[in-house]
Write a protein that binds this ligand. Structure first.
Ligand SMILES: *Cc1c(COP(=O)(O)O)cnc(C)c1O
Length: 385
């Protein structure tokens, strides 16, 4: 098996800086291994100062952060929550944890994120049907900010809180301000494949001290103040450990470098594909600064002479990981009964889109193999440059 001997090139793998170990050693030396502690506090501070958010709670995952955000928006059984269809399932699952119904909204072509016009249509239609819309979840997919101005204005007009799923968008900005700080709440993820990682983790960002305090309370088993274990709420075990927060502190020190490297990856792919027809990239408007977490292309098979599956398999054959774009939630079997508004835009993104290897730790040798494989497909299918 010649190809399985080649080193695997991942879509996006953890990239440690070397700073993390000192923090971990400190946690071990002080035996501050168990949940919470000085690294958690310092990591939260670093997140606030980097993003400009007033408050942050470090948590066990981005999914936990979204779940808490929905609880804080008082999402209950029978309510509805509007959610971008084009996303990872973790954006929508916590809606169901709360017993509520997700209502999916299609993307627009400019950013690939929630279409404000369809959001307006959905808000009007759900309200006309007498539904209670408790929150809107907008996603900054692949690090690209959504049309926040329009989405925020609609949320204000309809008096529905906005939750930003910025799991993929740490380091991204909309009109010069960090993603995750526009809605009532913003959530981040530090899962292993994200732009920085704590191996697993997340954070809830917000302006209201009381709400973030309540999130911390719910995330630590909802213990009332008492010497014994006293509970008047159902609690969760959602907080980040002090050891993992230490990893996060080290990662924060290199976040800007990671963003710069991912943006260089994007530029490199643009150069590789330039001159070949039928390939488009996720657009970045002057309002937006994307961390370019993953570089994604759209392949028009008629113009390119090959489709996304052909390219994906060619890369796989060289032990290089690539992936179709997120399969929209309104097309997922588990959400087949959920209401949806539009859907053809993100369905096409899924059909023709491919995420390319985008780690900040790709080596020159990795790039050589990636380029060679891409050119072999490009040159065998198109006439000339
Ligand atoms: C990764 C991700 C999440 C979930 O974060 P976890 O930390 O893995 O729970 C949520 N939404 C989006 C868009 C993501 O990419």
């Amino acid at each position: 098996m010649e190809n399985s001997e080649k080193k695997k090139i991942w879509l996006s793998s953890p990239h440690m800086s070397g700073y993390e170990e000192a923090y971990i050693k400190e946690a071990f030396a002080s035996n501050w291994i168990a949940p919470l502690g000085p690294h958690v506090d310092a990591f939260e501070k670093a997140l606030c100062s980097y993003t400009g958010a007033r408050h942050a709670a470090a948590l066990s995952s981005g999914t936990a952060a979204l779940h808490l955000a929905l609880m804080l928006c008082n999402v209950q059984r029978g309510d509805e929550v509007i959610c971008q269809s084009f996303t990872f399932s973790a954006s929508a699952n916590p809606i169901v944890y709360q017993g509520a119904t997700p209502v999916f909204v299609d993307s627009e072509e400019d950013t690939w994120n929630m279409d404000p016009q369809l959001l307006e249509e959905a808000l009007k239609d759900r309200l006309a049907r007498g539904k209670k819309i408790k929150a809107v979840i907008a996603v900054h997919l692949y690090g690209m900010p959504a049309k926040l101005n329009e989405i925020k204005a609609l949320c204000e007009r309809f008096e529905v809180p906005l939750i930003e799923d910025a799991a993929e968008a740490l380091g991204s900005q909309y009109r010069g301000r960090a993603c995750g700080t526009f809605g009532r709440f913003g959530i981040l993820s530090f899962n292993g494949n994200k732009i920085i990682t704590t191996s697993g983790g997340g954070a809830l960002l917000g302006e209201e001290a009381q709400a973030i305090e309540k999130a911390r309370f719910l995330a630590t088993q909802a213990r009332d103040p008492a010497p014994h274990y006293q509970h008047s709420h159902i609690g969760y075990n959602y907080r980040l450990s002090n050891v993992l927060a230490g990893i996060g502190r080290g990662q924060m020190q290199v976040l800007d470098e990671r963003v710069a490297q991912r943006r260089r990856n994007f530029d490199r792919y643009v150069r590789i594909f330039s001159g070949f027809p039928g390939i488009d990239f996720q657009p970045e408007s002057p309002d937006n600064f994307s961390n370019r977490w993953l570089t994604c292309i759209l392949i028009n098979p008629e113009l390119a002479g090959f489709d996304r599956e052909k390219l994906r398999l060619a890369l796989e054959n060289e032990n290089i990981e690539s992936r179709p774009l997120w399969k929209p939630m309104h097309l997922q079997p588990v959400f087949k009964d959920a209401p949806a508004y539009g859907g053809s835009v993100c369905a096409r993104l899924f059909q023709d889109g491919l995420c390319l290897p985008s780690g900040s730790n790709l080596s020159p040798q990795d790039w050589e193999r990636i380029e060679e494989t891409l050119y072999s497909v490009l040159e065998s299918n198109t006439v000339s440059r």
